[in-house]
Design a protein. Structure first.
Length: 360
């Protein structure tokens, strides 16, 4: 059994998508019988269980959060100096940490996972020197790979692995009525939900405008995520809009819903490189999905699996909502096709590919 150290420069006491992605990958490595350890900050078992709902069955090395990003990268490296002999392979999303290993431990097999390509010259200078000494670099979209190739990096050291999904977590056996009872949601409404980041680049202002125009319809629009003033304001002003705050049980929200909304605007910093983690969860939950029509989304799905709407276009989103509500056959087709496709993106399959690269 191979010993893998996954190093992530993040504060796990503050939940967000990148922490969830890392936890899912560690869980997947464990599931395919790898000896996996996660080293990060505030990643003790109690914190992860309380904030993420994970029962951790892999090793944890939790460090105390000190200083800025660069100081924390150095702390992770100093900790590695003490435990380096315990691990065969190192996997990380921290570029500074990866650079230090590539500089001082050239015999170690290191895979760096990249989610964005910064335009900062210092970042690019450092990344080029790190890249040359890596075993390989995992990127999360073809858009990101193409950008790196344009910058002169070797294609044969890059692998495109999109984000994934825990099918067991989101394809749960619970009825819509049961899920609504748990969340205390009305039984007689058509519920359209969004769960995730609540920054405005998620097109939630368009979502709210649609709720205003459909206020006389039997539809309830729900957003779950971090508290924002504009969401609180919308809840006060609209009878058909509910802000549910942060939830660590998104799977229950999905099952309580009739339609799931995935909004994105072109203002998202990583719009050209992202891999939509939320979209995979939606697809696995067996609910029809309306999603913004953007290039990186179309790397994953097409019209056979989702209903696309034009980003920031209120009228088009209304049109697509009405279409999906009116045609039950369309809902069933999209659900069936989306679930069939998302099975190819299980975290375990992603982990197996990474292990095979480590061995190569």
């Amino acid at each position: 059994m191979n010993k893998i150290l996954y190093v992530h420069n993040a504060d796990f006491s503050k939940p967000c998508a990148n922490r969830i992605q890392v936890l899912n990958m560690c869980k997947a490595f464990k599931k395919i019988r790898q000896n996996i350890s996660l080293m990060s900050f505030n990643c003790d078992r109690r914190t992860i269980k309380n904030l993420y709902g994970y029962k951790v069955n892999f090793n944890l090395i939790s460090l105390k959060l000190i200083g800025n990003y660069y100081i924390r990268s150095l702390l992770l490296f100093l900790k590695l100096l003490k435990i380096k002999k315990r691990y065969d392979w190192i996997y990380t999303r921290d570029m500074i940490f990866a650079f230090l290993i590539s500089k001082f431990f050239k015999g170690k097999r290191v895979i760096y996972e990249l989610h964005d390509a910064s335009k900062n010259r210092f970042w690019y200078f450092l990344f080029r020197r790190t890249f040359n000494n890596l075993h390989c670099c995992i990127v999360i979209s073809n858009g990101l790979k193409n950008e790196l190739i344009k910058r002169g990096l070797m294609e044969n050291k890059m692998y495109v692995f999109h984000d994934g999904v825990d099918l067991e977590k989101f394809d749960i056996y619970i009825s819509k009525r049961e899920a609504r009872n748990i969340l205390r949601l009305p039984k007689d409404k058509i519920i359209i939900s969004y769960v995730g980041s609540t920054s405005k680049d998620r097109d939630l202002e368009t979502f709210i405008e649609v709720a205003k125009k459909l206020e006389n319809k039997n539809i309830l629009f729900i957003v779950y995520g971090k508290e924002q003033d504009y969401l609180i304001k919308a809840q006060k002003e609209l009878k058909n809009f509910l802000f549910g705050y942060y939830t660590n049980k998104p799977e229950i929200v999905y099952k309580a819903s009739d339609i799931l909304f995935a909004g994105y605007t072109k203002n998202i910093v990583t719009i050209n490189y992202m891999s939509p983690l939320k979209l995979f969860e939606y697809m696995a939950s067996k609910r029809p999905v309306i999603v913004a029509d953007l290039p990186r989304i179309r790397e994953i799905v097409d019209e056979k699996e989702v209903l696309f709407y034009e980003s920031e276009n209120v009228d088009d989103l209304i049109l697509k909502i009405k279409k999906l509500i009116a045609y039950k056959k369309l809902q069933n087709k999209l659900i069936k096709n989306a679930y069939g496709k998302v099975k190819n993106y299980a975290w375990e399959k992603r982990a197996k590919k990474i292990v095979s690269i480590f061995k190569s």
